[in-house]
Design a protein around this ligand. Structure first.
Ligand code: FES
Length: 120
């Protein structure tokens, strides 16, 4: 049974194989959303980009990025900025990322405006 460790919350929980990170987070009281997105989000449809997290360890145990997630990198304002400013880190949509093994997840990834290559 895969385990998800939420780094900021210092919480390790079990997940069913193939379960997505958003579902596991909600079941265990982990808040993925910031500000108004706590109410205004797409409820896991992969459209709003507000459930983004960084996979710190275990990327190989996650499902591959689907079409929406790959597309969002370039066209979605929130997710695009998070991905570009966290270049080199594995920023994913929690609602679209299924787990098949142990992973370590950082919720609420910061926007790193002065990241190494953000402005270049
Ligand atoms: S909840 Fe909207 S993209 Fe995940």
């Amino acid at each position: 049974m895969p385990q998800i460790h939420f780094v900021n919350e210092k919480l390790t929980v079990d997940a069913a194989e193939g379960e997505n990170i958003r579902t596991v987070a909600r079941r265990n009281g982990v808040q993925l959303y910031d500000g108004p997105h706590k109410v205004l989000n797409c409820r896991g449809l992969g459209h709003c980009g507000s459930c983004n997290v960084i996979i710190r360890k275990g990327s190989e145990n996650c499902s591959k990025k689907g079409f929406l997630e790959s597309l969002f990198k370039w066209v979605h304002p929130l997710l695009g900025i998070k991905i570009l400013s966290n270049e080199g880190k594995d920023v994913r949509l929690a609602c679209q990322t299924k787990v098949y093994g142990d992973v370590e997840v950082e919720t609420h990834p910061p926007i790193n405006w002065h990241g190494e290559k953000f402005w270049s």
